[in-house]
Design a binder for this molecule. Structure first.
Ligand SMILES: CC(=O)SCCNC(=O)CCNC(=O)[C@H](O)C(C)(C)COP(=O)(O)OP(=O)(O)OC[C@H]1O[C@@H](n2cnc3c(N)ncnc32)[C@H](O)[C@@H]1OP(=O)(O)O
Ligand SMILES: CC(C)C(=O)C(=O)O
Ligand SMILES: [Mg+2]
Length: 559
């Protein structure tokens, strides 16, 4: 059998009776370390050139990352050269510390220090694998043998630093494959490393606990981190870092729970590029904090620049649904979402706290436009269509016309099969409601109000003059139409609006009439509300008459 779950076994439960992390709340940003130029780079089909590394480094600096792992200089010439370039060209800002990775092997550690010569400050990150699988199957060693690799590496790192006393050194150790390592052994190895480095005597030390492979649910990782924090010697003198991968799709969740469990520092990459399913995504985690009102201490407001640079350097496209960064993440197509967004945005004042349904953060914080928030296809409803007309054309529709017009847009979307853009919606609105033949265009009107109502005189485009009497203006014009064209009309719905300043017309009217069992709606823009109302009425009647004429000719265009 090819697909057989019995091949796998469950991750062993961590028995913990003093679990505290579930009650913690993240109230401050962890120290970030961006590892795009090392872990991200080592996972690329085409590792970055020096120029690409420089571009990504500059972006990370601009965004505010203070710890940046720039490569594995002993592994490849471009990594070595990039490290030298940053140092020799003095490209590392005063408040940024570069970090480099090395295995716990003498020749690699020596080369690493050569790469860092002349740096003002740097983090030397040494690792060796500690998990059961790696011990037994890769290294063929017992626990003591593996601990000795770590201790030897720690000694070599310390000795290397002593050869370059002008640099401020921080040492970092990772028990690689930590998630597959028995906790008591992980503590034993880390304590042995720290016994060499002595963080209690002033040596800055970072202990990085990686989910090299994500092997269990994020709560298990949090348990592992809390347990380590409780049991490591020198805890108060070291910074605990976590470095999660996304094998089960929970790299961000695991890092967040790890911070709740006591981690001080988080390693990851912009947009989560990295080995296999990727590293922890710094953009997502930082934005998650931001959306909870916590300052992430990096500025991601230039999101399109971030995606452009990451795509150019990694040659990996951004998924349109990528949290916070994807092209579609602030867009609602579905009707009920659009309706809710429109209502929330309409009620919102500029300085109100952000509480908008379906939008966890304000798109404008990331340089995104509100134009993207509502896009129309066959899944959309009246709220969305109305929102687009309001937003892009300052046209406010009454509810009854929203309902009617959205059906028309829906039909167009179904025929077209895709998205209906704002221009098309406006064109449909013009064609169906605003457009009117010249002969039906209002030239002038005169309304004379007397004790018994209003006497209307209306002059049309090609010289037709209509006259009628009614209780109000609308009724008087309706009577004029009846007398002139023999059409009995009843006004079913009617709304007028003043338009905002800056638009060419000052008023808009929308009307829906019934004549001979037929409904017809129309709208009109004009200098004043009375002109708009009379024009809308004339346009509706013209539509009815055109339809009747077409029916007579046997070519009814259903609207
Ligand atoms: C989880 C992570 O991301 S870890 C980082 C992984 N990143 C990379 O590997 C990218 C850069 N690496 C490289 O370019 C190469 O692996 C190099 C240049 C560092 C080393 O290359 P090589 O020595 O030719 O080969 P290779 O990596 O296969 O070496 C494996 C040997 O190192 C040993 N080794 C592997 N990791 C470590 C370590 N962290 N500490 C000490 N020894 C180690 C292995 O046991 C193996 O030993 P063996 O030769 O006695 O069997
Ligand atoms: C080198 C280490 C920290 C690593 O990248 C990992 O374990 O995933
Ligand atoms: Mg990694």
């Amino acid at each position: 059998m090819a697909f057989d779950h019995r091949k796998y076994s469950a991750f062993p439960v961590i028995r913990k009776t003093d679990r505290r992390w579930p009650d913690q709340v993240i109230e401050k940003s962890p120290q970030w370390c961006a590892v795009d130029l090392r872990d991200g780079n080592q996972a690329l089909v085409k590792p970055m050139s020096v120029a690409q590394k420089q571009r990504l480094f500059d972006l990370l600096v601009k965004l505010g990352f203070k710890h940046i792992e720039i490569g594995f200089p002993a592994a490849s010439q471009p990594d070595f050269d990039f490290c030298r370039k940053l140092i020799e060209e003095d490209r590392i800002p005063e408040d940024v510390t570069v970090q480099v990775l090395t295995q716990a092997r003498a020749e690699l550690i020596e080369r690493t220090y050569e790469a860092l010569e002349g740096a003002k400050r740097a983090i030397v990150h040494v690792y060796n694998s500690t998990s059961t699988v790696q011990r037994e199957q890769v290294f063929g060693m017992d626990r003591d043998g593996i601990r000795d690799i770590a201790v030897n590496g720690a000694r070599l790192v310390k000795a290397g630093a002593e050869r370059y006393p002008d640099t401020e050194w921080t040492f970092q150790y990772s028990p690689e494959s930590f998630t597959g390592t028995e906790l008591d052994f992980a503590v034993e190895v880390v304590d042995a490393v720290n016994d060499i480095w002595r963080p209690d005597q002033g040596q800055p030390v970072i202990i990085n606990l990686p989910a090299t492979v994500e092997m269990a649910t994020p709560n298990v990782f949090a348990d592992q981190i809390e347990w380590m924090c409780d049991n490591l010697r020198y805890r108060e003198h070291i910074s605990i870092s976590v470095h999660t991968h996304n094998d089960r799709g929970c790299g961000v969740a695991a890092a967040e729970l790890a911070v709740m469990a006591g981690a001080d520092r988080v390693e990851g990459t912009l947009m989560g590029n990295g080995e296999r399913t990727g590293n922890m995504d710094l953009v997502t985690m930082a934005m998650n904090l931001y959306s909870q009102g916590v300052d992430p201490e990096v500025d991601l407001s230039c999101m399109s620049e971030i995606t452009d640079v990451v795509e150019a350097c990694t040659e990996i496209a951004t998924h349109p649904r990528h949290p916070y960064a994807g092209e579609l993440v602030f867009t609602a197509f579905s009707g009920s979402h659009q309706d809710a967004i429109r209502k929330c945005l309409a009620r919102r004042n500029d300085n109100d706290p952000w509480e908008v349904a379906y939008l966890p953060i304000d798109p404008s914080d990331l340089g995104r436009r509100y134009e993207e928030v509502v896009r129309i296809n066959s899944q959309s409803g009246k709220g969305g269509v109305a929102y687009v007309l309001e937003r892009d054309y300052d046209i406010t529709l009454p509810r009854w016309l929203q309902i009617e017009f959205s059906k028309l847009v829906q039909r167009e979307a179904e025929v077209n099969g895709g998205e209906i853009d704002s221009d098309t919606i406006h064109r449909l609105f013009n064609e169906h409601y605003l457009q009117v033949a010249d002969r039906w265009r209002l030239q002038s009107y005169d309304l004379h109000r007397g004790d018994d109502g209003v006497q209307a005189r209306v002059e049309l485009g090609q010289g037709d003059t209509l006259q009628g009497h009614g209780l109000g203006a609308v009724e008087a014009v309706a009577a004029a139409i009846r007398q002139h064209y023999g059409v009995e009309i009843a006004v079913e719905a009617y709304d007028e609006f003043a338009l905002s300043e800056g638009t060419s017309a000052n008023a808009m009217a929308c009307i829906r009439v019934l004549a001979d069992g037929e409904h017809r709606s129309a709208a009109a823009l004009a200098e004043d509300t009375t002109s708009a109302t009379i024009q809308a009425l004339l346009s509706a009647v013209s539509g009815l008459l055109a339809r009747a004429a077409a029916r007579q000719e046997g070519e009814v265009a259903e609207v």
